[in-house]
Design a protein around this ligand. Sequence first.
Ligand SMILES: Nc1ncnc2c1ncn2[C@@H]1O[C@H](COP(=O)(O)OP(=O)(O)OP(=O)(O)O)[C@@H](O)[C@H]1O
Ligand SMILES: [Mg+2]
Length: 288
Amino acid sequence: MRDQAEQLRERMQQNRKARPTRLITVSSGKGGVGKSNFSLNFGLGLIERGHKTILFDVDLGLANLDVLMGISPRHNLFHLLEPDKTVWDILERGPGNLEFIAGGSGFTQIMQLEDAKLDRLFSQLEPLHGYADTIIFDTGAGVSKESIRFMLSSDEVILVTTPEPTAITDAYAVIKMIHSRNPQVQIRMVINRATSEREGRATADKLAMVAKRFLNMEIGTLGYITDDPHVSKAVKLQRPFLLAYPESQASKSIRKLVGSYLNHASAPERDSGGGLRGFLAKLKNFVR
Ligand SMILES: Nc1ncnc2c1ncn2[C@@H]1O[C@H](COP(=O)(O)OP(=O)(O)OP(=O)(O)O)[C@@H](O)[C@H]1O
Ligand SMILES: [Mg+2]
């Protein structure tokens, strides 16, 4: 039985003028550089600006985002394999009205699904196209096979790094890998935990210069996030820092970043990647 809320939601979705959905994968070379905190607060920042955003946890069952939001999702992606479940059933609501999909026990499991099930799972996600303005995929630590698949299927990759040399070298390795396998993917950097904007800019310039020189690849910068003790405080409270400490430096950095993102021409309008449908088709090819 479909409940009223679900019917209403479907109707609203049908009434919405279909608009292109931007798909971004948030990745890093080194783990622990702030991807999940960035994805969550960036998503909330977009919502603040009236931009409908869905956050998708594609971490390998580590459930990072649930913990950061202080919620226990009732559903995850794998519930889509159940006969009566639709994508509207598995969309969870987090703080600040952020809609969220939990990855469940991980995408490695997806590779083991038989073809019919995989098709069902992917086609069930299609209604999200045109429903959300942006879908953010938060990937796990390091460069797993699954993260690579997401990066190569996306229109846009947001590569998070800190100014530390080890994080920068690992970020460069990701840039190189993407370049060799799908040079169409647009990469933009976010420099997290910068002690100043100057340090952030120097880090971004360094990476962009190396990519240009050795790969002849243009890498843009989306922005910088200050190293701010409010981030760790918010993590301990299990609340997003944008909501717990809206006036903190980290929150200010996020808002600025959101502004740059919204000013930038939308990826699906620029290329013919085919939005969510195209993304899922590519992802499926990589899975098989
Ligand atoms: N801007 C920041 N200022 C201060 N501390 C930060 C900042 N960003 C992240 N941190 C710290 O880094 C920790 C790890 O962040 P987060 O979980 O977002 O990283 P991650 O890249 O998603 O990690 P993983 O690779 O394990 O998924 C946070 O718990 C916080 O303590
Ligand atoms: Mg994470």
